[in-house]
Design a protein around this ligand. Structure first.
Ligand SMILES: *[C@@H]1O[C@H](CO)[C@@H](O)[C@H](O)[C@H]1NC(C)=O
Ligand SMILES: *[C@@H]1O[C@H](CO)[C@@H](O)[C@H](O)[C@H]1NC(C)=O
Ligand SMILES: *[C@@H]1O[C@H](CO)[C@@H](O)[C@H](O)[C@H]1NC(C)=O
Ligand SMILES: *[C@@H]1O[C@H](CO)[C@@H](O)[C@H](O)[C@H]1NC(C)=O
Length: 603
């Protein structure tokens, strides 16, 4: 009798397990991910009770292993305080390449209670001024290798009374205060009088959307920075890992997720000055690297690089990052060995983010019940012409259906703060959607199209709006069209991105209308671009039109242009291609088109 009862219970359980496997195959993974997040939330709360609140606290918490950085950052803090007028609450812009002192200066300024703004090191002089002004910086710290960039705009900076610090022993002129000569004489003792920080306040500024003139300084709150620190841990890294970071520190990925992730674990970080496909695996072998951080482009460069013996002799077990397409991923693991890939999705401005923690190729994350519990979000139906959310007659938005791409939006909550862009109320408001499902509610609009499939997986579809991605950077279309507008022969320009087989992101393309009685001067355009924009923002293609298409609301029409791309067979408009070797735009013939599409010509 007992055995019978027992076996029927067992059979029932077995049936349940089978049923769960079939109907909810990801139940346990979803639950585990949720628990991990919850556990971290609890740990955070416990830490807060003990007074370990800020980013700096999290770092100092690991001080035993990180003592040198701690001492050196204290030395920097003292140098800033002694030599100049840097004080609590000041915004300090940081223009430095990847190097350990980037982190020491950053943390040193944290110790003084400053807000640091990371500047993109590729920017040109005019954009540098714009960036420094837009975040309201009182001082600028420059790495020794970048001093020339600053010298170009020295008169303007001096006029603004900007304090200029140079991370070097000597300076090219008296306008800079050198740091390295002073740091050596400063004490590395803990600073006793560290200012109190409200963790709901702003911590950092990170520039997004076009690193060029019109970039926006996004505020990153303490809370968001601290939550970002869990990235590597959520991906499965531990304190024993040696983590290789090659991405630029001025972006959120390398700084908040990468360095922050190492600090959180207390792991070893191998920081590379600049990504190099030829040195990647050699470095991994040399430093016993076990975890690497990537963006999609990086993996593609590695796959395109000729074979090196180290690519299979390394100990890398985990690659964590974002933007990896499934074709490259397959090639990546086939070629470089058994590396677990953890693909995520995140934004600088808001806290909405996903992580792929299942073995499914393709999706960026899950949209299960548990995920929505820990981080609410919605996908909204949009108008394919304007990319604006569709509203009903009563003015409310509509949820996209399962299997239909929608705009990702997330409600603003205490955990999902959006602190906006510095000094740019208009742009900040533009990222918000109001009265979405009921009067008065507010959502952050990511501008990204995602698809929720019938198995609760989320797939990334596209980035819409005023930016597109190319070579791992955001290109701001308004910025590029402004630059075009400065030329005497161009009346109007509409900038957008087009896809090319075999490339991540989108290559820039400009539909332009020439001024009456003017012709295209490709050389002049090329020279102008070289002076004003970083290379990744230069449009590869031109399309000459007699007038620009606009929508009913007089917004530039991009949808159709994007679809038609740069194929000379689909349009009568003359097309041009940027030939960098000739420093000119050349007519795009059918033959040239095929050479580009087939990969014979590389962009
Ligand atoms: C890498 O690991 C090997 C074997 O465990 C060890 O001998 C070597 O010193 C390590 N190298 C570094 C740079 O840590
Ligand atoms: C690109 O833009 C998005 C949205 O504004 C931002 O969250 C992200 O950090 C940017 N990425 C880079 C590399 O600038
Ligand atoms: C998600 O992670 C799994 C397991 O590591 C991997 O097999 C899959 O390719 C990943 N998906 C993406 C899009 O990276
Ligand atoms: C194009 O502009 C350059 C100056 O940048 C000028 O030297 C050249 O003559 C122009 N070419 C034509 C065809 O107008």
């Amino acid at each position: 009798m007992l055995t019978l009862a027992l076996s029927s219970v067992l059979a029932g359980l077995l049936a349940l397990v089978v049923y769960q496997r079939v109907a909810y195959p990801f139940f346990w993974l979803d639950l585990m991910y949720y628990w991990k997040l919850r556990r971290y939330g609890k740990k955070l709360a416990a830490r807060m009770q003990r007074g370990i609140l800020t980013y700096l606290d999290c770092f100092l918490y690991q001080t035993l292993t990180y003592r040198d950085v701690d001492r050196r950052s204290s030395q920097f803090a003292r140098a800033f305080r002694t030599e100049g007028s840097v004080k609590q609450g000041d915004i300090v812009a940081l223009l430095m390449s990847n190097e350990p002192d980037f982190i020491c200066v950053w943390l040193g300024l944290c110790k003084l209670g400053c807000e640091v703004a990371f500047l993109n090191v590729n920017i040109k002089a005019r954009s540098l001024l714009h960036s420094v002004h837009s975040c309201g910086a009182a001082a600028l710290v420059v790495g020794a290798d970048l001093v020339r960039l600053v010298e170009d705009v020295l008169p303007d900076l001096k006029q603004d009374n900007m304090a200029l610090w140079l991370v070097d022993h000597t300076a090219p002129s008296e306008h800079f205060t050198t740091l390295l000569d002073k740091v050596e004489h400063m004490s590395g003792e803990t600073l006793r009088d560290r200012p109190k920080v409200d963790i709901m306040s702003n911590f950092l500024f990170i520039f997004t959307s076009g690193t060029t003139g019109l970039s926006k300084a996004a505020r990153v709150g303490h809370l968001k920075a601290i939550v970002s620190m869990t990235f590597f841990q959520m991906c499965g890294a531990t304190s024993d890992d040696i983590i290789y970071i090659t991405l630029p520190l001025y972006h959120m990925s390398a700084s908040l997720l990468g360095i922050g992730g190492c600090i959180h674990l207390g792991a070893t970080c191998v920081l590379k000055k600049k990504f190099s496909a030829s040195q990647f695996w050699t470095d991994c072998v040399k430093h016993n690297v076990t975890v690497v951080q990537y963006i999609g482009e990086l993996c593609r460069y590695l796959c395109n690089h000729p074979t090196v013996p180290e690519e299979r002799a390394h100990r890398v077990r985990l690659a964590a990052g974002s933007g990896l397409r499934s074709d490259v991923w397959k090639e990546f693991v086939k070629r470089f060995g058994k590396i677990q890939i953890r693909e995520g999705y995140g934004l600088t401005e808001a806290s909405v983010g996903f992580l792929n923690y299942t073995d499914e190729v393709g999706p960026i994350g899950r949209a299960s019940y548990f995920n929505k519990l820990s981080m609410p979000f919605e996908l909204l139906r949009y108008d394919p012409q304007t990319f604006e959310p569709v509203r009903t007659d009563s003015g409310r938005c509509i949820r996209a259906q399962i299997g239909e791409a929608g705009i990702l939006v997330a409600p603003l909550t205490a955990m999902n703060q959006f602190l906006g862009y510095a000094g740019n109320q208009v742009q900040s408001e533009k990222k918000l959607l109001r009265d979405v499902f009921k009067a008065g509610d507010v959502y952050f609009n990511t501008g990204d199209l995602l698809l929720h499939d019938h198995r609760d997986f989320l797939h990334f579809r596209d980035r819409i709006g005023d930016t597109f991605r190319w070579k791992g950077e955001n290109v701001s279309t308004t910025e590029v069209s402004e630059v075009f507008g400065l030329l005497d022969f161009i009346q109007e320009a509409n900038i957008y991105g087009v896809t090319i087989p075999g490339y991540e992101g989108r290559a820039g393309m400009a539909a332009i209308v020439l001024k009456q009685d003017h012709t295209l001067n490709g050389t002049k355009l090329y020279n102008h671009l070289v002076e004003t924009l970083p290379a990744y923002a230069w449009p590869w293609f031109l399309r000459i039109q007699t007038s620009l298409d606009v929508t009913e609301t007089f917004k530039q029409q991009k949808g159709k242009l994007v679809q038609e791309g740069f194929n000379p067979d689909v349009t009568q408009d003359p097309l041009y291609f940027l030939d960098v070797s000739q420093k000119d735009y050349v007519l795009l013939t059918v033959r040239l088109y095929h050479d580009i599409v087939s990969g014979k010509i590389k962009l």
